[in-house]
Design a protein around this ligand. Structure first.
Ligand code: CMC
Length: 435
């Protein structure tokens, strides 16, 4: 149902002795919203909400989060059920089209994605231009952006067929680029996709196979990889998704928009947190040093934070973190890892944070990045690849959100306003008269 048809109530904004009335819309679940789009026109006032903590930037039917209850739904389906019973490409179909696929739709979708997994051969020469020690996220941001230079025939956003081809291309090619970024960073030859493997197994094969010997993908690790992709596939209007929508609102091509999302994801407060969380565990190093770091995190005069704890929306246990914790233990058991000092630090840190008054009062629970970092390290990925894997998974969410925005008739260019606190008008002074 369109939100506007559900407008039942109004809300009043009062400033001084003036009142303005605005419609209140009800979503299917979640908080109502007050539509203040006409506020400036009617009152000359802007709203001020740095960080958008109280602002719904769009109407969406894709993902729902209840941060207080720890709920995450993709198109209405709980993340726990999708992670338990589904696979990543089924999740992609669901996010893009709104419904779970029938068996024939699933087979067709898998086939179409699989047929787009190779990248233009010239891309491998493009890669040679990066420094060999470049961060793989720098390589990802650059190479995803470069896709628009290789696939002109799917950059017309007004054409629904081109939009769909661009979407499939990105879901299929981003893992190939990610594996190439990894191979490039360690100086190994690129491995072509193998289309008889499923999405996650193919990705692991591209990362870990070498031309000199056979590589058999471990099914437990492939399942864990697939689950990590499902858990990260979409997350409502987070910073990188909002970046994709804002970039797309100007009519920029989809490859450029996803590259913008990728750049945003890299930040340590967002997708970079899994890398930062593992670096933090390494810095702490041993269980006896934990109190010192917890003390710093609690000190108001110290900007230090425990990476992998807290979330802007979840003020309860992140439902993805619970599944990730289970997957983490499955992977460690499969690989026979028992005595990893980082794991000891992680488990003790989790125990302290869940029982410490500071973390309880501020509702700072371990988030998904806390466990995904440990899991990915056990699977053999260097920390610099962690955010890259997040980008592989989130690509479908970015695309689904971008498509929804482009197909929304109410869509207009995003253009926030500001509270200006700079200089008031003043006259230019010639340089000879400046002291
Ligand atoms: N360690 C210690 N204190 C913290 C932490 C932390 N990790 N996170 C928040 N706080 C404190 C913060 O100092 C503040 O205290 P006070 O009220 O006394 O000023 C209070 O908790 C609220 O923090 P905030 O910064 O206002 O909360 P936010 O909603 O803006 O921040 C966050 C959310 C995720 C950026 C933040 O919790 C954080 O920096 N966490 C560490 C980085 C991290 O793990 N990020 C991954 C997020 S999950 C992946 C994703 O979806 O991208």
């Amino acid at each position: 149902m369109d939100a506007k048809t559900a407008a039942k109530a109004t809300g009043t904004i009062t400033v001084g002795n003036k009142n303005w009335e605005f419609p209140v819309y009800k979503g299917s679940i979640g908080p109502d919203v007050l539509d203040i789009a006409k506020l400036y026109g009617e009152s000359g006032l802007f709203t001020y909400d740095p960080g958008f903590t109280s602002t719904a930037s769009c109407e969406s039917k894709i993902t729902y989060i209840d941060g207080d209850e720890g709920v995450l739904l993709y198109r209405g389906y709980p993340i726990e059920q999708l992670a338990e019973h589904g696979d990543f490409l089924e999740t992609c179909y669901l996010l893009l089209y709104g419904e779970l696929p029938t068996p024939s739709q699933k087979a067709d979708f898998d086939y179409r994605v699989t047929r787009h997994t190779m990248v233009h051969e010239q891309m491998s020469r493009f890669f040679q231009g990066f420094r060999r020690d470049a961060h793989p996220m720098a390589v990802m941001t650059g190479s995803i952006g470069a896709l628009s230079a290789f696939y002109h025939d799917s950059t017309d956003i007004a054409d629904p067929t081109q939009r769909m081809i661009a979407s499939l291309r990105m879901i299929a090619k981003v893992p190939t680029l990610a594996a190439m970024a990894y191979k490039y960073s360690i100086g190994q030859p690129f491995v072509y996709p193998k289309n008889d493997l499923d999405y996650a197994a193919n990705f692991l094969h591209m990362c870990y196979a070498v031309p000199t010997e056979d590589y058999k993908v471990n099914p437990v690790l492939a399942r864990a990889m697939d689950r990590i992709f499902i858990l990260h596939a979409d997350h409502e209007q987070n910073a990188s998704t909002s970046t994709v929508r804002l970039a797309g609102s100007s009519g920029a091509n989809p490859f450029a928009c996803i590259a913008a999302g990728c750049a945003c994801l890299w930040g340590p407060a967002h997708g970079g947190a899994n890398e930062a969380a593992l670096n933090m565990l390494a810095e702490i190093g041993s269980v006896d040093r934990i109190p010192e770091f917890v003390k710093r995190a609690k000190d108001k005069n110290d900007s230090y934070r425990l990476m992998g704890f807290g979330h802007r929306v979840y003020k309860n246990y992140d439902p993805r973190a619970k599944i990730m914790q289970k997957t983490c233990h499955e992977v460690l058991a499969e690989l026979g890892i028992k005595d990893d000092p980082l794991l000891d630090v992680a488990m003790e840190l989790e125990r302290i944070a869940l029982s410490d008054e500071y973390f309880i009062e501020k509702k700072l629970y371990p988030n998904i990045d806390f466990y995904s970092g440990i899991t990915l390290k056990a699977m053999g990925f260097p920390t610099t690849m962690f955010t890259v894997l997040f980008a592989v998974a989130r690509t479908v969410g970015w695309i689904a959100q971008w498509k929804e925005m482009i197909e929304d008739p109410k869509q207009k260019i995003g253009r926030p306003r500001q509270l200006y606190t700079g200089a008031t008008p003043r006259d230019y002074t010639p340089i000879s008269r400046r002291k």
